[in-house]
Design a protein around this ligand. Structure first.
Ligand code: GLU
Length: 504
């Protein structure tokens, strides 16, 4: 069969993401959405969202809402759709049933479709027989024959009810091998004899996936279909429909799947798969998009950490790989951590604040909060790590776990360190001058020789923060202030008995 005509190159770029609301927005779908979005923006085209919700039993409104919200949160706003009170609603297939009906009638009129009357039980039996005989389950085309069609249509089904027909596409006998050019995978060929006349309108009056997609892509003037490679086997059926409608083909680009780091299909058992879960953990939309853009695509300038606008300017479908991409958590953490470390602290504060509701921040001026974030952000990778990292800066007292008291604060040496800190460091410490405070702390540790610096630091840290790691000690002192430091020190000294640790 000759290759059907493709859309002319001057056709404006119009792409779409077409999720089914049968789950929250999956990372794989979001990545495909991002590629569509980047392609649209690169070519001044339109990015369209279409909700494929004709499977009423599996579609749920909460999933649809999650898809909208997640796309918006990561900045992938769609460009058009039906007007919903001044805003764009996305297209929803469930609102387009009359369109599919009209287009189905066109195929009947052109003798490209016919009603088939087999019941589900009969089709199931045929499938089981094919399986037992180890041959592909292809519809036998019985109802192409008007006589058989008529006879079957007059027989009741197994429950004595009239049979409900479904509408099938009549695959042209001459279709033979069908080849199409995929922009990612090159030429792809299928033997149409293996397809069988497939259902386009189900017996309940809803369109099948392949039919609805084609009608929508034609009526929405979609120029490029960029989607996951799991849809490649649907493409020949869809091309046959385009041909039957005598409509030029869009360009196809099938993108490799996303695998988990163990090279198996990314699924819930590997952790979060919904975009909203990543956002809730405090992955920033910018770094999440940066990360997704690199799953299956690479920028020609090799600059992997960049703003989306930088990627868009260089985006092309040719640089999408057809091999699967791997979801590398370390890379996501690196990108997010880098962003957390380098963004303006006031901006960071706005983002972190919703995570800090457990603290009463009313007594802490903005300036103090900024100092706290600056002090702790270096090693952090996600916004939801902030509450733990900042907790010791809030409140007057601090809880110290028994094991820490036992391991770090119990014994002659820590007692000596904290006593010296109280009597020698505190009276002259310059709590209003961080640089001086740092020098004083250094001098203090020297003065306590031969006690190791680590022992000194751990004792003071444990006393003041209830942990042995965290922000720079001089920064902690500076932010906490003299009064709180003195209070926590007293409390720790009371806990820290000068008895040697028993090493049994
Ligand atoms: N509704 C399909 C899905 O969720 C998308 C189909 C397509 O992009 O053609 O995978």
């Amino acid at each position: 069969m000759t290759r059907p005509l493709n859309l002319p190159p001057e056709h404006p770029v119009r792409v779409r993401i077409a999720p089914s609301p049968t789950g929250n927005l999956h990372v794989g779908t979001a990545r495909t959405a991002l590629f569509n979005y980047m392609f649209a923006k690169r070519h001044n085209g339109q990015f369209i969202l279409r909700i494929e919700d004709t499977d009423l039993s599996r579609s749920k409104p909460e999933y649809k809402d999650n898809i909208f919200k997640s796309l918006q949160e990561i900045g992938l706003n769609w460009d058009e759709g039906p007007d919903i009170g001044g805003d764009y609603g996305p297209y929803k297939q469930s609102e387009r049933l009359p369109v599919y009906k009209t287009w189905a009638e066109k195929l009947i009129a052109a003798d490209f479709a016919y009603y088939s009357y087999e019941t589900q039980a009969e089709l199931d039996a045929a499938r089981e027989k094919a399986q037992a005989e180890k041959r592909p389950n292809i519809y036998n085309g019985a109802c192409r024959d008007p006589e058989i069609r008529k006879t079957l249509s007059q027989q009741p089904d197994e429950t004595g009810q009239p049979r409900k027909p479904s509408l099938r596409f009549k695959i042209p006998k001459a279709a033979g091998t069908l080849t199409f050019k995929d922009l990612v995978r090159g030429d792809v060929s299928f033997d149409t004899a293996l397809l069988g006349d497939f259902v386009i309108m189900k017996s309940d009056g809803t369109p099948s996936y392949n039919f609805a997609v084609v009608v929508d892509d034609i009526t929405m003037a979609i120029s490029h279909i960029i989607r996951g490679e799991d849809h490649i086997s649907n493409t020949p059926r869809q091309i046959l429909l385009y041909n039957a409608f005598e409509t030029p083909l869009p360009q196809f680009a099938h993108v490799g799947m996303i695998l988990a780091s163990d090279r198996s299909k990314l699924s819930k058992r590997h952790g979060a798969v919904a975009v909203s879960d990543y956002i809730a953990q405090g992955y920033l939309p910018e770094s999440f998009c940066n990360f997704m853009a690199l799953m299956g695509w690479s920028p020609p300038d090799g600059e992997e950490v960049a703003a989306l606008s930088h990627f868009i300017a260089q985006f092309s479908l040719e640089r999408i790989t057809h091999s699967p991409a791997v979801f590398e958590m370390d890379k996501l953490n690196f990108l997010n951590g880098k962003r957390i470390r380098t963004m303006a602290v006031p901006e960071l504060l706005l983002l972190v604040q919703p995570y800090l509701t457990q603290f009463d921040l009313t007594h802490y001026p903005n300036e103090r909060l900024l100092q706290i974030l600056e002090a702790v952000r270096e090693p952090l990778t996600r916004l939801n790590e902030f509450p733990d990292a900042v907790s010791y800066f809030f409140g007057r007292a601090i809880a110290i776990e028994a094991t820490l008291i036992d391991e770090v604060l119990t014994g002659e040496t820590p007692h000596q360190v904290l006593t010296a800190f109280q009597l020698e460091f505190m009276p002259t410490a310059a709590f209003d001058n961080q640089a001086l405070l740092t020098d004083q702390l250094k001098a203090f540790t020297k003065q306590l020789k031969p006690i190791k610096v680590k022992t000194i630091m751990w004792a003071i840290r444990a006393a003041l923060t209830g942990r042995v790691h965290g922000a720079e000690l001089s920064t902690i002192l500076f932010i906490l202030g003299k009064e709180t430091v003195a209070h926590r020190l007293n409390a720790a000294l009371a806990l820290c008995l000068p008895t040697e640790k028993t090493t049994s």
